[in-house]
Design a binder for this molecule. Structure first.
Ligand code: AMP
Length: 237
């Protein structure tokens, strides 16, 4: 059996012993949401859904949706609410979300969060990963992505074992919106439009905050603590 398949099966088995997780990850761009989403996805056997990744796929495919949002993305602005709400609505309707899901990068505005409520989507956990703006700027300049398989690395904090090449063999690249000027705009957009979601979910009693650490495994341990302090089965801690 292939390694990835057996890993998925093990995760799905472990996932059965865990409570349902319909998780939203909040945090500035570059705070580490994507990396944590992938790790939680593997551990719980549930999909990590990144609106940013879906949009990048649409842009790469040259679809109408991709063309609509390409300019927004390159300027570091948000895509229109109705576009991303549509993306999420159809993605959450897929059967792999029945046992839970992780939302990475959605919602990013209060109207998007309200749309989730209106769709009747039950959210069980919201974790915000806090990292200050200076550290974010440092991190984004070293971030590298694989256009083929979607893996994310950092030249210092989470390097690919193959240097500037992905484990899948594809050369790694820097995302256009990780350019330092674009990062500044993205941070401004985050503080103005996305940070108010912390109050939104605090009011619902769902918000947990963790502080992103320099070392990936330290942040992972904090995330695990935040999610599993509410583990109703008590198994697999
Ligand atoms: P990300 O990969 O999550 O940093 O997203 C990259 C870009 O995609 C963002 O800067 C936005 O232009 C767009 N995007 C992703 N998710 C959303 C969202 N929920 N609302 C609006 N725009 C989004």
């Amino acid at each position: 059996m292939k390694k990835a398949e057996s890993r998925r099966k093990r995760a799905a088995k472990r996932g059965k012993n865990m409570r349902k997780l319909n998780l939203i990850l909040l945090g500035a761009p570059g705070a580490g949401k994507g990396t944590q989403a992938e790790l939680i996805s593997e551990r719980y056997g549930i999909p990590a859904i990144s609106t940013g990744a879906i949009i990048r796929e649409e842009i790469a495919a040259g679809s109408e949706l991709g063309l609509t949002v390409k300019a927004c993305m390159e300027r570091g602005e948000l895509a229109p609410d109705e576009v991303v709400i549509g993306i999420i609505k159809s993605r959450l309707a897929r059967p792999d979300c029945e046992r839970g899901f992780i939302l990475d990068g959605f919602p990013r505005t209060v109207p998007q969060a309200e749309a989730l409520d209106q769709m009747g989507v039950e959210i069980t956990d919201v974790v915000s990963i806090e990292v200050d703006d200076e550290a974010i700027a440092r991190r984004m300049s070293g971030r590298r992505v694989c256009k083929k398989c979607g893996a994310t690395y950092h030249t210092v904090y989470n390097p690919s074992p193959k240097g500037e090449t992905c484990v899948c063999g594809e050369p790694l690249t820097r995302r256009a919106d990780d350019d330092p000027d674009v990062v500044k705009s993205r941070l401004a957009v985050y503080h103005e439009q996305t940070e108010p979601l912390k109050a939104f979910y605090k009011e619902k009693g769902l918000l947990k905050i963790i502080f992103g650490q320099e070392k990936l495994e330290d942040t992972t341990a904090l995330m695990r603590g935040a999610l599993e302090s509410g583990d109703v089965t008590g198994k697999d801690r």
